[in-house]
Design a protein around this ligand. Structure first.
Ligand code: SF4
Length: 357
């Protein structure tokens, strides 16, 4: 039984992470943050497919200042991704950033760290400590021999303790590794140390195909242990794909059930319609809907009608034709060339009925 570990609630703009709320999906823009229009266009696309928080790379002062303009029109809360430079953190905070990703142990002096923490405290802005296998300190690599789960957790704890010494607990932690078993063990170890919300991901997961699978296995396993409050699927692909994969992971574990889902058979020698084409087209057409809806796309009359009846809307293919189902009943028989349009007609009608008035 899937049971989530209790974590401390943290607020990123209006979005709650932790405290038993549902798992939040996030991504990162690929545009240069100084290009306000391009960044906003990317944020809008991410928002439209279901992203809830977006991170921006802040590489210099111009990028930190651009946050002000992006923030004015962004439909999503923003996270500034900053490495080392406390000045960038302070400018990002003045620009209205909702969360900062920075490792306090890398800021430099205690004084600089204090200034960042105080500016975050004033604005109730959380700090995400982000450690990954590639950023583990030399000292810990020598102690553990390689970026082991223990080394990654110890590195993260060093940063956590810096913030705790400053009496700051508005914290989110990520501990990523590109190695799935390491990442799973690392999150499991960290969950035993503190109850700060955990940002879960497999770092440098890879291209769309391999990265999606690695992420699904890694993130899915961690979530199924009841660990994790926000997820980011990292793909070498359009970030919109990251959101689609993240949503599918959450749906597969029944963590969210407010999105449509397509059930499709793998097709076999009994199938007499272009099932792969139809299922792909349907999945694409309903990917931006925000209603719980089960759509079955089945290839034949053997197993097809059973699944199609179980779904809200469904189709079971026949010889150059197909049966359309709605709420378990056959509503009509149509030609193969009309299957997509007829199925979409039913879906759109159902969506209309489900929308709040
Ligand atoms: Fe084959 Fe029919 Fe099963 Fe699809 S539903 S896999 S076509 S038997």
């Amino acid at each position: 039984m899937y049971k989530r570990e209790e974590t401390k609630p943290v607020f990123v703009g209006g979005v709650q992470i932790g405290g038993q709320k549902s798992v939040v999906i996030q991504s990162m823009t690929t545009a240069d943050t100084r290009d306000v229009e391009k960044t906003l266009a990317e944020i809008q696309r991410l928002h439209d497919v279901g992203c809830q928080i977006v991170r921006l790379a802040v590489i210099n002062e111009d990028a930190a200042r651009a946050i002000k303009k992006i923030k004015e029109r962004s439909p999503l809360p923003l996270v500034a991704d900053i490495h080392f430079d406390h000045k960038l953190a302070l400018i990002a905070l003045e620009s209205g950033i909702d969360k900062i990703r920075i490792n306090p142990g890398n800021i430099g002096s205690k004084e600089k760290t204090k200034r960042v923490v105080e500016a975050c405290r004033e604005r109730n802005v959380p700090i995400r400590i982000g450690v990954n296998s590639g950023s583990v300190e030399k000292r810990l690599l020598e102690k553990y021999g390689y970026p082991s789960p223990e080394a990654i957790v110890e590195s993260a704890m060093d940063h956590v303790e810096i913030l705790e010494d400053l009496n700051y607990d508005n914290i989110v932690i990520s501990l990523k590794s590109s190695d799935v078993p390491t990442m799973i063990q690392t999150y499991s170890l960290m969950a035993q140390k503190r109850n700060y919300p955990l940002h879960v991901g497999v770092t440098e997961a890879g291209t769309q195909f391999s990265g999606s699978i690695k992420s699904a296995v890694g993130i899915g396993t961690v979530l199924s242990m009841g660990i994790g409050d926000t997820i980011r699927v990292s793909l070498t692909a359009d970030p919109v794909e990251e959101i689609k994969v993240a949503k599918q992971i959450l749906r597969s574990l029944d963590i969210v059930n407010n999105d449509p889902v397509v059930i499709a058979c793998p097709s076999c020698g009994r199938c007499a319609i272009d099932l792969i084409g139809l299922a792909t087209k349907v999945e694409d057409a309903i990917s931006t809907l925000k209603v719980p809806l089960k759509v079955a796309v089945m290839g034949c009359a053997v197993n097809g009608p059973g699944e199609a009846r179980e779904a809200d809307v469904g189709v079971a293919g026949g010889n150059g034709e197909g049966l359309i189902f709605r709420n378990g009943e056959i509503v009509r028989k149509v030609k193969e060339t009309e299957l997509f349009e007829e199925l979409m007609k039913e879906i759109n009608e159902m969506v209309g009925e489900q929308k709040p008035t």
